[in-house]
Design a protein around this ligand. Structure first.
Ligand code: CA
Length: 488
């Protein structure tokens, strides 16, 4: 080949690469995952809430597709988020409990060997932002800026106070030395907000801060594909809301629920402004949005998961089935329900499909691309079986079709048919032994692929021995309170 020919070929290849990149930049969809914290299944307008009014969040479901059987992979924050962000069951990499908040602990976080959505999207040209609650490790090696997120605004721990005057510590390390709060574990609720590596002085209600930052991020990235993980900590405890939101929930007489509802009102306003921003920038049609909660509503927040049984922390439906919707104008069917079981694991699998991102072959995703299912191209089940495991309590659950098992060393074996027993009251494990055993066998097979937790618990060092004794009793009381449950 002559030098001229070789040069011509090289130029042609270069032109293809450049045009491919330009093409990619203009056509790759923006992706937004809006995650709320401990929002009950029933506490959103699109699932029928009458007292908590969410017109903007409802737009995601009404202008997109609502998942009536949408699950997360765990019933509390940390493990659920680890599943969502990696698209893999978190037990595969030892994230089977909430990690302790300790910046000196290089184990307490999402292992760097696992790729998060931000790391998966980076090679295909995405800029990623996490705004809100991280909870994937407070050691430097787990910092969002070291995990594929070029922008971070929020806090590293598992929960936060909402009023700016209460944010007093420079970081988690400083907060851990303080003893004047209710418990050592709640002292990190008082850290200042950080943008990337720097402390920021805030002056507004935290939820509004997060919403404002989200708009700024979108504005700054309007000309290139972005991934925004907007992880509101609302309406997670502590119950705190300013008067302007309380006023709009005057119709709710129960004080606790009024505050809880007001926290959701703030999120809903933020979602409304975000949707308006996409429209204003002309990128609405090119933006795929997921909305969901990280686990079920908590009883102490007056959340409602009805008609589901159970609350945050258990594997009844109320702990793991969440408000869940997807919106992408022109691509996702508008105003329909998708009723087959889907999982937060499917979010990354869907993202990979629509962005052309690559996944490590030795770490396959547990989710599926949801688009063929919701458009009706694929009429099968997205998942043959879904699984849940709590390593510490040894509670296990499976769902195959409409049949749901829950087993627990403390409360025994249970099998429910959700098609006619959504509240999980009628145990069929004796009557339909074969189905129960089939699902148990699948559970055994799945469990054999999991690792024990690789880090200390969130509560290690925070719960006194006396409290530990009461835990079993408290757990039983909590279950008795949930959705008319009797005797688990
Ligand atoms: Ca949560």
């Amino acid at each position: 080949m002559s030098r001229l020919n070789a040069l011509g070929k090289a130029l042609a290849v270069l032109a293809l690469v450049v045009s491919g990149q330009l093409f990619a930049k203009t056509t790759k969809p923006n992706i937004i995952v809006i995650l709320t914290d401990d929002q009950g299944y029933a506490d959103v307008g699109f699932n029928g809430s009458k007292d908590i009014i969410t017109p903007n969040i409802d737009r995601i479901a009404n202008e997109g597709t609502r998942f009536t059987n949408g699950y997360v992979t765990y019933a509390v924050c940390g493990p659920s988020r680890a599943g969502l962000l990696t698209g893999r069951y978190q037990g595969r990499f030892g994230f089977g409990r909430n990690p302790i908040i300790d910046p000196a602990d290089p184990m307490a976080g999402l292992p760097v060997e696992e790729k998060m959505v931000s790391e998966v999207l980076k090679p295909v040209g995405y800029s990623s932002s996490i705004i809100g609650k991280w909870h994937m490790g407070s050691h430097e090696k787990f910092h969002p800026n070291n995990r594929g997120f070029e922008h971070f605004y929020g806090f590293l721990s598992g929960g936060h106070r909402y009023f700016p005057e209460e944010l007093i510590y420079q970081d988690e390390a400083q907060s851990l030395g303080q003893n004047e709060h209710k418990s050592p574990s709640s002292s990190w609720y008082h850290t200042k907000i950080i943008r990337n590596q720097k402390t920021v002085e805030t002056s507004t209600y935290l939820t509004d801060e997060l919403s404002r930052e989200a708009l700024e991020f979108i504005d700054s990235k309007k000309d290139q594909p972005f991934f925004l993980y907007l992880a509101y900590n609302a309406p997670h405890a502590p119950l705190q809301a300013p008067k302007r939101y309380l006023k709009r929930n005057k119709h709710i007489k129960d004080k606790k629920r009024q505050i809880y509802a007001s926290m959701i009102t703030a999120v809903d306003d933020g979602v409304g402004n975000l949707l308006a921003k996409l429209q204003e920038l002309g990128i609405d049609d090119n933006t795929l949005i997921f909305f969901l909660s990280d686990n079920g509503g908590a009883s102490k927040s007056s959340a409602k998961n009805s008609p589901l049984r159970g609350v945050k922390g258990d594997f009844f439906e109320g702990g793991i089935r969440v408000p869940f919707a997807i919106r992408w104008p022109g691509k996702v069917p508008q105003g329909i329900d998708y009723n087959k079981p889907v999982s937060s694991l499917d979010i990354l699998a869907t993202i990979v499909e629509v962005t052309g991102a690559a996944i490590d072959k030795d770490k396959p995703l547990d989710g599926v691309n949801l688009l063929p299912y919701i458009t009706g191209k694929n009429t099968g089940l997205p998942h043959e079986v879904l699984f849940w495991r709590s390593f510490d309590s040894k509670v296990l659950a499976t769902r195959r079709g409409d049949m749901k098992t829950i087993t627990s060393p403390e409360f025994g074996n249970h099998l429910y048919n959700l098609s006619n027993d959504l509240a999980e009251r009628h145990d069929l494990s004796d009557k339909q032994k074969q189905i129960f055993e089939q699902q148990q066998a699948a559970m055994q097979q799945w469990q054999s692929q999991l690792k024990d937790p690789i880090f200390r618990k969130l509560t290690d060092g925070a719960i006194k021995a006396a409290n530990r004794k009461n835990n079993a009793k408290k757990a039983k009381e909590r279950i008795e309170r949930s959705t008319g449950a009797q005797g688990y």
